[in-house]
Design a protein around this ligand. Sequence first.
Ligand code: CAA
Length: 258
Amino acid sequence: MSRGLVFFEKIGLAGVITLNRPEALNALSERLIQDLGNVLDMCEIDPEIHCMVLMGSEKAFAVGADIKEIQSKTYMDAYLEDFITKGWEKISACRKPIIAAVSGYALGGGCEIAMMCDFIIASESAKFGQPEVTIGTIPGAGGTQRLARSVGKSKAMDLCLTGRLMDAQEAERAGLVSRVVPDTQLKEEALKVAQKIASYSLPIVMMIKEAVGRAFETSLSEGLKFERRLFHSTFDLEDQKEGMKAFLEKRSPVFKNR
Ligand code: CAA
């Protein structure tokens, strides 16, 4: 179903969100970001959705902020409206996992929202880049930070300073992308992965997301303590009792998400 500039489908326990502004290659206008945020809010509160897939079109996942919309902004406009904070941060604030399924261009803010997701599955035609340098600005939605953490300093500097694009194979080698699939199978493969995740206990999946995310926010010793506390808490879940019982009884577990 269409939700403004975003198309939404519920497939099993997965929510598939498709950016749908083809005439501008999914340039991330304020309206598109608002529509995306609304759909994510809806997914977060829907107990029948356990995992989301975020995708664009075959030609473009998203080509970044809408240059036509932002070209004339002044420093004060950007500062006062906190440009690229409101709405954009809904993606990284989601507590349920989001898989970015990237085909075609993921540039500037497009690459940045893919990196806000939990992992990226790319099709063979995917191209990633932070071309802001070529239009007189810098990555503003986390590109310098998340890209550096993801692919290391050298490649992040290379991409941000030259504005060059990186293909799917290079992105996979560099660790930006978790797997590359044929163009025609992107949605199917991403959905398969989402359904797999969604078949597990929702609180466990959410705790794993939180714990892995913490690795990028804190020191190793604090991260290990955080992980240990969450691990201990899993022993209070019915799903832990059921998961281990089912293993010992050589059958599939029936999770209740509690
Ligand atoms: N904003 C607004 N419109 C855009 C756009 C963008 N970022 N990128 C493409 N479009 C529009 C084009 O203006 C064009 O519209 P018209 O038909 O009305 O002219 C339409 O989308 C198709 O684009 P092209 O004709 O350029 O298509 P192409 O196949 O020749 O090239 C491309 C594709 C290489 C992606 C090229 O469009 C491009 O370089 N786009 C800009 C990418 C960019 O610089 N992104 C960074 C934006 S700034 C940012 O994102 C900051 C941040 O950190 C959040």
